[in-house]
Ligand binder design. Structure first.
Ligand code: NAD
Length: 295
């Protein structure tokens, strides 16, 4: 029986936010520069509203400037692209975040490709994706970067580890695989068509689940001592008509098997916003030719 450590994403995120705030204060004092993030929300998706509001709050708390653009659900793709052009051209804006999902009349890939890659703080533009895979200076997607920071904290060096990532989305799975490869892990990227997922997962020293299926990963899928990063956020009916959040990993079953695991909530989730602040700070420094702080 292994003693399973809890990886505290809340504490790690608070520490990262403090480092960003300290670096932002230093930028303001030395160069009279305040990094600014423009968040664009199209429509009234309730989950997106919550995300944008909490991102705006965290931005202000870190001493960065936040500007919100709220557009009606009927906004056309051309109108959104015009706003992106304006934000791209505005020298006062360092980061642009377009909250996904977008309404069906708008092609998200066209919007992502319209962003100035230097302001693409989500790291979704093909230039940032290419640089991530080819080892250049990229803006890296926030959730996998946050997951990597938690892994480094839990394990120290990752080189040589067998890493299995379940889920191959552009937002989480693929960039996660690129980051683990850059850390010299042997990486397997598994997905809905993978054969014998439990056997693949059992090979992993590092197991990252980014699927969106409640408790898909059972305790028996986990190699004893493995470090498990649960990216999934799934809402299930709870007691008294309330809903409860669970991850992609059966958390109770993982106890006594995993060496360490992130909880849901309180694991990867809080790291995502903290990494967005970090990316905004980095974008501001790089765009303005200032030395980028190590945060
Ligand atoms: P997605 O739907 O875009 O991708 C899911 C991936 O899982 C796909 O590649 C698919 O092939 C794979 N998949 C689906 N069913 C599978 C199965 N039965 N077996 C193996 N693979 C399967 O989702 P996403 O955007 O990558 O998000 C994944 C999860 O992470 C969701 O629960 C989402 O809410 C969560 N998420 C959390 C954060 C955060 O901040 N913590 C950020 C982004 C996403």
């Amino acid at each position: 029986m292994v003693e399973t450590r809890l990886i505290d994403g809340k504490a790690a995120a608070a520490a990262l936010r403090q480092r960003v705030a300290a670096a932002a204060a230093d930028l303001a004092a030395r160069y009279a520069t305040v990094p600014s993030l423009a968040a664009v929300l199209v429509g009234e998706d309730p989950a997106s509203e919550i995300y944008v509001r909490s991102k705006a709050k965290a931005t202000r708390e870190a001493g960065l400037a936040g500007i919100e653009h709220r557009l009606p659900a009927a906004t056309s793709e051309a109108e959104l692209l015009r706003l992106i052009d304006t934000l791209n051209a505005d020298p006062a804006i360092d980061g642009i975040l377009v909250q996904l999902p977008l309404p069906p009349q708008i092609n998200p890939q066209r919007v992502i490709e319209a962003l100035d890659p230097a302001k693409d703080v989500d790291g979704f533009h093909p230039r940032n994706v290419g640089r991530l895979w080819s080892g250049g200076e990229a803006l890296v997607p926030c959730t996998p970067w946050g997951a990597l920071l938690l892994l480094r904290q839990a394990m120290g060096a990752l080189a040589g580890a067998d890493a299995v990532v379940i889920g191959r989305s552009n937002i989480v799975g693929k960039p996660m695989a690129a980051l683990l490869l850059a850390e010299n892990c042997s990486v397997t990227l598994a997905h809905s068509k993978s054969r014998d997922l439990p056997a693949l997962a059992r090979r992993a020293d590092i197991l990252v689940a980014a699927v969106g299926r409640a408790e898909l990963v059972r305790g028996t899928w986990i190699k004893p001592g493995a470090v498990v990063i649960d990216v999934g956020i799934n809402r299930l009916p709870g007691e008294g008509g309330k809903s409860r959040l669970v991850g992609d990993v059966a958390f109770a079953e993982a106890q006594g098997i995993a060496g360490a695991i992130t909880p849901v909530p309180g694991g990867v989730g809080p790291m995502t916003i903290a990494c967005l602040l970090r990316n905004t700070l980095l974008a501001a420094c790089r765009r303005r030719g200032l030395p980028a702080p190590e945060v």
